[in-house]
Design a protein around this ligand. Structure first.
Ligand code: FES
Length: 578
C-alpha cells in the first residue's frame, strides 16, 4: 500500500535523505534494513514513523506497551507507512532512585536525539508514568517533527475489603493507619497484593493522569486518550487510531509548532485547575512551554486559581478513579465540560480544532464530571504563594489540605535533610505538636538532587496516635500528585542555593496565609543576615557522570527545572548524511 493519497501530491520526506538517495551511504542504509527481512518497497518511499517506547521490565506501569507498539505498527503499516520501534529511557516512577525527576531531562535529550539522528518523518510517543510524558514531549517539541502522544492509560480501579482504593493516595492513608496502630502488619501485607490490579499508570489524579490529561488538552493526543484504561480493549483501538493518525500528520506536515501556542498552554493550565491535578504539572508545563518558545511564569498559574472550578471528582481531592472517569464520559468529556473556559480554536493532532475534536464527547455521570456550577471543592486546586520565606514563589494544593490549616501560624520543626527527617520524625522526644510546622531542607532541584517527592512529610507517629492527619509542611521538594495535605512545595530559591529556607531554625515562627497568597518567615532581617553570613553551601553531590552535568545546568522550579542549554525553541541542526 502506498502512503500517498491519490488526491495528495507526493511530499519530499525527511527519510528520503537516508533511503531515496544514490551512492554508497544510501545503499548501506537500504541493505542494512533488508538484512532483517524487510523488502525495499516496505520502507522506501513511505512515511517512516518512529515509535519511542518507554517499556521496560522495571517500569511496570508500562508493561503492556510492547503489545501496544505492535498495534501502532500494524496501523501505521495499514495506513501506508513504515513503523520502527525505538526503546527510550523507561523511568518507572517507583523503582528509579533517587527520583525520576533527576532523569526527566535526560529522557528529553534522548528523545530529541533519537528523533534527530534516525531516518524518521513522524513519531508516536509512548509513555505515561509520571516523568515520561513531559520528558518525551519536551524532546519531541525540540526535535520539531510531527508527533502524537499515546498515554499508557491508568490501571483499573483498586478495591480492598470493600473499599475503593487509589494508588498512592491509599498507600499513604494506610501507612499512616499502620503507624497509628489502626491496622496490623498482616493487613498491610495483604493490602500490598491488592494495591495495583493491572498494568497501567496510577489511577488517581496523580502526576501520570494529570500529565496525560494535559497532553490531551494541549492537543497532542487523540480525544479521550488520557482516561482510557490500560487494560481495556479500547486502549488497543486507541493505539491503532494513533498509528493511523500519525501517518496522515506526516503527510499534512502537522508539526508541534503548528499546535503549541500560548493559548494551548493556557488551556492546559485551566485544565490543571479543573482536574485538581498534580503540583508537579506546574514544573512540567513550564518546561514543555519553554521548549515551544512560550515563557510561562508562576503568575500564569495563579491567574486561574479560584477562577476555574474543580470539576473532576477524583482522588486525592475527590472520591473516584480514572476508570470511573472513563465510564463517565472520559477525558474528552471532561475537557468538553470546560469548553466555556478554553480557547477552542487551538489546533490539535486530529487536524481539527480543539472545539471540533471535543464536540462528539458525551457526559454520562455528572457526579464524576461535575457541572461548572457545582464544583467538588470550593478551595482552589492550586495556589501560588510568595513571601519572605519564598521570594521566588512556591505552591500549595488548597483543595487537598485541611481547610483549617490554610491560614496558620506555627513554630518550625526543622529537618536539615531527608535522612535527618527519617531518623527523627517518630522520635517520642521530638518537640512537636499539631500546631508545629514541619520544615524540610535540601530537597530542591540541586539539593535533592532532582527535587524528589519528599514534600508530603509524614506526620510524627505520636501525633498520628492522637488522631492528627494533616499539618503544615514546607519544603523545596515536590510531592506525589496522589498525595494530600497542607504541603507547601517548590519553595524557591531552594535551600541548597542559600534561599531563606536554608536559614530557618527550630522554633522560628512561620505564617501561612493562603487567601492572601503569603508565606512568611517571622524572623527579623538583622538576625537573618547574621545567619546568612554563617551559611555555607552543601558540598557537590556528584564527582562524575550525568550528575555533574545535571548540577551545572539545572534551572530552578519556577523555570521548570529544564537544563539551561535545552530551554527555548531554537531549532537543532539536521544531521549531515555522508
Ligand atoms: Fe507509574 Fe504512578 S507509579 S504512574
Amino acid at each position: 500500500m502506498d502512503g500517498d493519497r491519490p488526491d495528495r501530491p507526493r511530499r519530499a520526506r525527511r527519510s528520503d535523505r537516508w533511503f531515496a538517495a544514490d551512492g554508497m551511504r544510501a545503499f548501506a542504509h537500504r541493505s542494512r534494513m533488508q538484512q532483517v527481512g524487510w523488502r525495499r518497497e516496505d520502507f522506501v518511499d513511505k512515511p517512516v514513523i518512529g515509535i519511542l517506547n518507554t517499556w521496560s521490565d522495571l517500569s511496570t506501569c508500562h508493561s503492556h506497551l510492547r503489545d501496544r507498539a505492535a498495534s501502532v505498527k500494524a496501523a501505521v503499516q495499514r495506513a501506508g507507512g513504515f513503523a520502527a520501534e525505538l526503546p527510550a529511557l523507561s523511568l518507572g516512577e517507583v523503582l528509579v532512585k533517587p527520583t525520576t525527576m533527576l532523569y526527566r531531562n535526560l529522557l528529553s535529550m534522548e528523545a530529541e536525539e533519537l528523533i534527530r539522528s534516525h531516518p524518521l518523518d513522524g513519531v508516536v510517543l509512548m509513555g505515561g508514568c509520571d516523568k515520561t510524558t513531559p520528558g518525551l514531549i519536551m524532546g519531541a517539541i525540540s526535535a520539531g517533527l510531527p508527533f502524537i502522544y499515546l498515554p499508557a492509560g491508568p490501571t483499573l480501579n483498586g478495591s480492598w475489603r470493600g473499599e475503593t482504593i487509589g494508588t498512592g493516595t491509599h498507600t499513604r492513608r494506610y501507612f499512616d493507619a499502620l503507624r497509628a496502630g489502626e491496622i496490623s502488619q498482616e493487613e498491610w501485607n495483604d493490602l500490598e497484593t491488592r494495591m495495583v490490579r493491572s498494568v497501567g499508570t496510577c489511577n488517581t489524579m496523580g502526576t501520570a493522569s494529570t500529565m496525560s490529561l494535559l497532553a490531551e488538552a494541549l492537543g497532542l493526543s487523540l480525544p479521550g486518550a488520557a482516561a482510557t484504561p490500560a487494560a481495556d480493549s479500547a486502549h488497543v483501538r486507541l493505539a491503532e487510531a494513533t498509528g493511523a493518525r500519525i501517518v496522515d500528520m506526516v503527510e499534512e506536515d502537522l508539526r508541534p509548532s503548528d499546535l503549541l501556542t500560548r493559548a494551548s498552554f493556557e488551556n492546559a493550565i485551566i485544565a490543571l485547575h479543573a482536574i485538581g491535578g498534580s503540583t508537579n504539572a506546574v514544573i512540567h508545563l513550564t518546561a514543555m512551554a519553554g521548549r515551544a518558545g512560550v515563557a510561562l511564569e508562576l503568575a500564569d498559574f495563579e491567574r486561574h486559581s479560584g477562577r476555574v472550578p474543580l470539576i473532576a471528582n477524583l482522588m486525592p481531592t475527590g472520591r473516584f478513579l480514572m476508570e470511573d472517569l472513563f465510564l463517565a464520559g472520559g477525558s474528552d468529556g471532561l475537557l468538553q465540560r470546560l469548553a466555556p473556559l478554553l480557547d477552542l480554536t487551538a489546533q490539535t493532532v486530529t487536524g481539527v480544532t480543539l472545539g471540533e475534536a471535543l464536540a462528539p464527547a458525551r457526559i454520562h455521570n455528572p457526579d464524576i464530571i461535575r457541572p461548572l456550577t457545582d464544583p467538588v471543592a470550593q478551595a482552589p486546586a492550586l495556589a501560588v504563594l510568595h513571601g519572605s520565606l519564598a521570594p521566588d514563589g512556591c505552591v500549595i494544593k488548597p483543595s487537598a489540605a485541611h481547610p483549617d490549616l490554610l491560614v496558620h501560624r506555627g513554630r518550625a520543626v526543622v529537618f536539615e535533610t531527608y535522612a535527618d527527617m527519617a531518623a527523627r520524625i517518630d522520635d517520642p522526644d521530638l518537640d512537636v505538636d499539631e500546631t508545629s510546622i514541619l520544615v524540610l531542607k535540601g530537597a530542591g532541584p540541586l539539593g535533592g538532587p532532582g527535587m524528589p517527592e519528599w514534600g508530603g512529610l509524614p506526620i510524627p507517629r505520636k501525633l498520628l496516635a492522637r488522631g492528627v492527619r494533616d499539618m503544615v509542611r514546607i519544603s523545596d521538594a515536590r510531592m506525589s500528585g496522589t498525595h494530600f495535605g497542607a504541603c507547601i512545595l517548590h519553595v524557591a530559591p531552594e535551600s541548597a542555593l542559600g534561599g531563606p529556607l536554608a536559614l530557618v531554625r527550630n522554633g522560628d515562627e512561620i505564617e501561612l496565609d493562603t487567601p492572601a497568597r503569603r508565606l512568611d518567615l517571622l524572623v527579623d532581617a538583622a538576625e537573618l543576615e547574621r545567619r546568612r553570613q554563617q551559611w555555607t553551601p552543601p558540598p557537590p553531590k556528584f564527582q562524575r557522570g550525568y550528575g555533574v552535568m545535571f548540577s551545572a545546568h539545572i534551572l530552578s522550579a519556577p523555570r521548570g527545572c529544564d537544563f539551561d542549554f535545552l530551554e527555548g525553541a531554537a531549532p537543532t541542526a539536521e544531521p549531515d548524511i555522508y
